[in-house]
Ligand binder design. Structure first.
Ligand SMILES: Cc1cc2nc3c(=O)[nH]c(=O)nc-3n(C[C@H](O)[C@H](O)[C@H](O)COP(=O)(O)O)c2cc1C
Length: 238
């Protein structure tokens, strides 16, 4: 049961606005809570609710360079994308577009990213380790799913809602991958939103790339994570 909270509120243009910054800085340091609950913490660990909650809380981002290079079957990746497509979408526009890179296409993506980094980095800022990592990440990746959005400029749905729908789709994909023991990492490198990347992907004028979902397997233990107590992110109006 979530408790009511007493946020610090202020008036902005006559509307209550929460001062999250003060709330956070006042509490920072001591209020981070432990990571995900595990199934064993719950009353009935076999219930659908417990399993879903465990999946949501135990999903973690592992850097793709820590993947083990094992390949996922193409059909499994297709299934993940089908799960993604069951996300909510205002007006059923289904604005998500997925560009999947596997095998030799991953090499081409690595070539593009390294070239882009070299061309857009002043010599004094050039980091050879970063340059190498751009390829390393993709070599260890089984499939890279480039997450894109289509926004109809004449359509009734605002761009922000189409982007939100794609983020929901991404979460579906990540959770479904996690349920199958597949790692998924959302990366948004500096090239992501550029005209060069847009052209590399062959996107149309109404499309944008939102990031890369790196898929693969890893032998590493998932890193621990933490979230702020929900009270610091919750205003309950009743
Ligand atoms: C839209 C979006 C973009 C992200 N881009 C990056 C990125 O460029 N580099 C990175 O290290 N992590 C990126 N992440 C992943 C976050 O770092 C990660 O989700 C966060 O550290 C929380 O860890 P967790 O996913 O294990 O809970 C991104 C996540 C989102 C949602």
């Amino acid at each position: 049961m979530i408790k009511k909270t007493q946020p610090i509120v202020d008036k902005v243009d006559g509307v209550d606005a929460v001062d999250w910054g003060s709330r956070l800085s006042a509490n920072q340091g001591s209020t981070f809570v432990a990571g995900p609950q595990t199934l064993s913490d719950m009353d009935d660990p076999s219930s659908t609710e417990a399993i879903l909650r465990d999946l949501i809380r135990s999903r973690r981002s592992i850097k793709p360079r820590l993947f083990n290079g094992r390949r996922i079957e193409d059909g499994v990746v297709r299934g993940l994308i089908e799960d993604a497509c069951w996300a909510p979408t205002h007006g059923l526009t289904q604005p998500w577009r997925f560009h999947v890179f596997s095998d030799a296409a991953l090499e081409r993506l690595a070539d593009f990213r390294q070239e882009w980094y070299r061309d857009h980095t002043p010599p004094e800022a050039f980091d050879p380790n970063k340059f190498d990592r751009l390829r390393e990440n993709l070599i260890q990746t089984s499939h890279a799913v480039l997450l894109c959005v289509h926004v109809d400029p004449e359509g009734p749905i605002p761009e922000i809602e189409e982007i939100e729908a794609v983020a929901c789709a991404a979460q579906n994909l990540m959770l479904s991958a996690h349920a199958q023991g597949i790692q998924c990492f959302w990366g948004s490198g500096a090239e992501t939103y550029t005209a060069e990347h847009h052209a590399f992907l062959g996107l149309g004028p109404s499309e944008r790339c939102l990031g890369t979902l790196y898929l693969g397997y890893s032998d590493r233990r998932a890193p621990k994570s933490k979230r702020l107590p929900v009270e610091q992110r919750l205003v309950w109006h009743s």
